[in-house]
Design a binder for this molecule. Structure first.
Ligand code: GDD
Ligand code: MG
Length: 369
């Protein structure tokens, strides 16, 4: 079984994190998100994943290589300029032999891929689309279907008051090879805005595979933090391998025994991180490896990557902090702040709500446009 994973987006909404790490490689409890996705695919019987890349492809390849460590074959196809979500699939057509999965590279879900395949085999048609119900469909692709789950129309990112349903495209498809022929080659094509509507207009059968799985698009800061909270709350169990803690981290759940007095569960503390006795960490703090939290500092409702140091009396809350950041003494990093790799927050600084801070000189170096 083969899968195409769309990982070519620039991750604009996650900037400045994505100046240093491409979106699919942002860590989730110390492990790149894409690595977790590939493990799920492998467990579902996928033995060949094709990564349709464009933005910072080298960072992906450096970490995942040929896939042998993960137990499946990885092929990288790099777009010189962005081909769009369907153009990227058309661009790898010569590698595809049979019915294949397509995954948006930023979707965290408990979807049972084998069950979806069984659904598609039973229904037939040119494809199946995983769908979920959301309160606000305006950030997603909206699905209208009949009683047999056959999709009648598809509207990408409708205005909230014009959305025909609350059922949306959850970013996992099963497609037949014949779909490749419906995508024009050599130009940017959106599967959502062009290919799906064209297939439907041509009378092809596409089915909506609706589930009530855990589902989150990690592509925005609030959602990326939410994913961590949900794992800490047990709403999503991360599958094995890799498991929580297999890199030496510790997860403290509510009610756990042996929790240090200054740690307020639920929290995750990566290997080699140190917390001063008078610092407070948690609740809902996730620390990567080798972080240092100094005396009197507070870290809660926050995700810190590796080698972050939080100096005396500083406060980090409702924030995401990338690798190798220094938060100076008494600084306040709160209310939706996102701090990019290698940045320094000067002592005493109080950041504005939703502040985005990048280190000087940290700009996208491999952007495809
Ligand atoms: N190779 C390649 N080339 N990949 C791309 C390109 C491209 O030109 N453009 C986007 N991608 C990848 C992104 O990296 C991401 O993994 C995926 O395609 C989807 O792009 P997003 O930018 O994250 O789209 P979205 O979240 O706004 O909307 C999409 O996902 C929703 C579910 O999360 C759509 O598919 C919606 O219909 C859907 O509801
Ligand atoms: Mg997305």
């Amino acid at each position: 079984m083969q899968a195409v994973i769309l990982v070519g987006g620039e991750g604009t909404r996650l900037r400045p994190l994505t100046y240093g790490t491409p979106k699919p490689m942002v860590p989730l409890f110390g492990v790149p998100f894409l690595e977790r996705m590939l493990a799920r695919l492998r467990d579902a019987g996928v033995d060949h994943a094709i990564l349709a890349a464009g933005y910072m492809p080298q960072a992906i390849e450096d970490a995942l290589g040929d896939g042998s460590r993960l137990g499946l074959k990885l092929t990288y196809v790099v777009e010189r300029s962005p081909l769009g979500t369907a153009g990227a699939i058309r661009n790898v057509a010569d590698q595809i032999r049979e019915t294949f999965f397509v995954l948006n590279g930023d979707v965290l879900t408990s979807l049972d891929l084998r069950a979806m395949l069984a659904f598609h085999r039973e229904r037939g048609g040119v494809g199946a689309m995983h769908a979920i119900q959301v309160d606000d469909p305006s950030a997603f692709g909206c699905i209208v279907r009949d009683g047999e789950n056959r999709i009648e129309s598809f509207v990408e990112k409708p205005r909230r008051d014009e959305a025909p349903t609350n059922e949306v495209n959850a970013g996992t498809y099963l497609l037949e090879r014949s779909v490749l022929e419906a995508i024009p080659a050599g130009r940017n094509v959106s599967i959502e805005r062009e290919t799906f509507p064209a297939l439907l207009a041509a009378g092809e059968r596409l089915y909506s595979y609706v589930t009530d799985d855990y589902w989150l698009d990690l592509g925005r800061p609030a959602q990326y933090r939410q994913a961590h909270d949900d794992v800490l709350d047990g709403k999503l169990v991360l599958e094995t391998p890799p498991v929580l803690g297999d890199r030496g981290g510790t997860i403290y759940t509510i009610g756990a025994a042996g929790v240090p007095e200054n740690v307020r569960p639920p929290v995750f503390i990566g290997a080699g991180s140190s917390i001063a006795d008078s610092a407070v960490v948690g609740p809902y703090a996730v620390l990567g490896e080798k972080c240092t939290i100094a005396a009197g500092a507070h870290v809660r409702f926050a995700v810190l990557w590796d080698a972050v140091s939080v100096d005396h009396g500083a406060r980090v809350s409702e924030a995401i902090v990338a690798t190798n950041v220094h938060v100076g003494r008494e600084a306040v990093v709160e209310h939706g702040a996102v701090i990019g790799h290698d940045a320094t927050i000067e002592p005493g600084t109080v950041l504005e709500p939703d502040a985005r801070v990048a280190a000087p000189g940290r700009v996208p170096t491999e952007a495809i446009s």
